[in-house]
Write a protein that binds this ligand. Structure first.
Ligand code: UDP
Length: 470
């Protein structure tokens, strides 16, 4: 039997977890002579996006798809579907691990926060259980204290009269806490609470962040919050070779060609992640605000939707997909604005030297991508744990400016104009920009030889090579 340590990696459905977990696998196998198999739970045939990522992996990272989980509920939150797929995949996971264990030196199972029920399966096969945490150390610190918060609180957290202090970070109003804890009676909350209780049973937690970004939070986590559970900063892991837009030749994305003609640091990227959507009224305020700022912008725009996380096209006809924008907006901004409907190669855009600012929904991947490329941000949170990220980035880390809503919860055009100008021309913008430049090189160092995240990776590899003594 092959002696090389082998790890199984179980990302929950969706690209947001598969990409950083695949990047983690790449670094581990590249630097530490370890083999990995990515085991993918499914609810249907593999998507093109999944295939692109998996096909680009080096030969010592294998992958397999578990049998699809069908009979899923309709019209429910994405988190419920993800949890059901993960639960429905446990028995095929058992078969997959049994097969790997019989042929290889399988030592560990790495899962994300939707996959913690597989800890039981890992135990059956005497494997280490590692949690891959694709959010910030702050969000992890909150997850550690959730159990206590649950015991001490009756009713919903959004009604809490006082803010919740997250150890090693800032405090948050109850309504800002991450989406999985917002409805305490539902199965997503119960699952997340169970994760909080299980943290102390893990063999390690791999956090997609880095010491130089969240040093204080990591210190507090290690000091007392995490107890005996090792916490490893392993980030910032972003997609290293994104295939969503070729860099050269005729298939180079139009928006990159447009950026080539713009002055250095002059363009604000506006993007709300893979699923963010705005109401029609909010889209109009944003369009007018960008126009009034007089700055150049590249806007990845989606059709209006009242739900903030609906990524599909509605309300726009096929022939005129941008018909929902204010009348005359496209013509008036044609010289300094570029609109991409629905999707664009975000990492390539952020790495372009014409980009000088990023209006972002504060998804953790987008945040890390901005940090890696040294781009100052404006925080416009929409859902998930983005309100927490936004407060952390503005209050604790000085990496972003924050927009203020009006009494109806809307960001008005005057506010958008003001904050875009402040980011691109003002003193606050300059301060943030300087800090981002420093963090950009710190991020690069963290993942270079001898860097903080590379050191974590070596410790994990050492643990894997020692093997579990269960
Ligand atoms: N993304 C992209 N093009 C788009 C929108 C998003 O490439 O038009 C990528 C972005 O670079 C990031 C991911 O999708 O890697 C979004 O992840 P994030 O955690 O920021 O937000 P989520 O989509 O999970 O809300």
């Amino acid at each position: 039997m092959e002696k090389t340590p082998h790890i199984a990696i179980l990302p929950s459905p969706g690209m947001g977890h598969l990409i950083p977990m695949a990047e983690f696998a790449k670094r581990l196998v590249q630097h530490h002579h370890i083999i990995a198999t990515i085991i993918i739970p499914t609810s249907g045939p593999p998507t093109k996006a999944q295939q692109t990522v998996l096909e680009s992996l080096p030969p010592n990272i294998h992958h397999m798809f578990l049998s699809p989980v069908t009979e899923l509920p309709e019209n429910v939150r994405p988190e419920i579907i993800i949890s059901r797929v993960m639960q429905g995949s446990l028995s095929s996971l058992r078969d997959a691990l049994s097969c790997l264990k019989s042929k290889t030196n399988l030592v560990a199972l790495v899962f994300d926060m939707f996959g913690h029920d597989s800890m039981e399966v890992a135990k059956e096969f005497s494997l280490y259980s590692f949690l891959f945490f694709p959010m910030s150390a702050m969000a992890l610190s909150f997850t550690f204290i959730l159990q206590k918060l649950d015991e001490e609180t009756s009713g919903e957290y959004k009604d809490l009269p006082h803010p919740v202090q997250v150890p090693g970070s800032v405090s948050f109003h109850g309504y800002e806490l991450m989406a999985p804890v917002q409805v305490r009676t539902d199965e997503v909350y119960k699952g997340y609470l169970l994760l909080s209780k299980r943290l102390s049973l893990l063999d390690g937690i791999l956090v997609n962040s880095f010491e130089e970004l969240e040093g204080e939070t990591f210190r507090v986590l290690r000091g007392k919050i995490a107890g005996q559970t090792p916490v490893y900063p392993i980030g910032p892991l972003i997609q290293s070779d994104p295939k969503n837009g070729s860099d050269t030749g005729s298939d180079r994305h139009e928006c990159l060609k447009w950026l080539d003609d713009q002055p250095s640091g002059s363009v604000v990227l506006v993007s709300f992640g893979s699923g963010g959507t705005l109401s029609l009224e909010q889209i109009h305020e944003l369009a007018h605000g960008l126009e009034m700022s007089n700055h150049r912008f590249l806007w990845i725009v989606r059709s209006p939707n009242k739900a903030s996380n609906a990524s599909f096209f509605t309300g726009a006809s096929q022939n005129d997909p941008l018909g929902f924008l204010p009348e005359g907006f496209l013509a008036r901004t044609v010289k300094r604005g570029f609109i991409v409907p629905s999707w664009a190669p975000q990492i390539k855009i952020l790495s372009h030297e014409a980009i000088g600012g990023f209006l972002t929904h504060c998804g953790w991947n987008s945040t890390l991508e901005s940090i890696v490329h040294g781009v100052p941000m404006i925080a416009w949170p929409l859902y998930a744990e983005q309100y927490m990220n936004a407060r952390m980035m503005t209050e604790a880390l000085d990496l972003a400016l924050r927009l203020k809503t009006d009494e109806n919860g809307l960001y008005r055009k005057e506010e958008i104009e003001k904050v875009v100008k402040e980011l691109m021309e003002g003193n606050e913008g300059k301060k943030i920009s300087k800090r981002l430049k420093e963090l950009k090189s710190a991020a690069m160092k963290a993942l270079s030889d001898g860097g903080s995240s590379m050191e974590s990776l070596s410790k994990i590899a050492l643990q894997l090579k020692k093997g579990p003594s269960l």
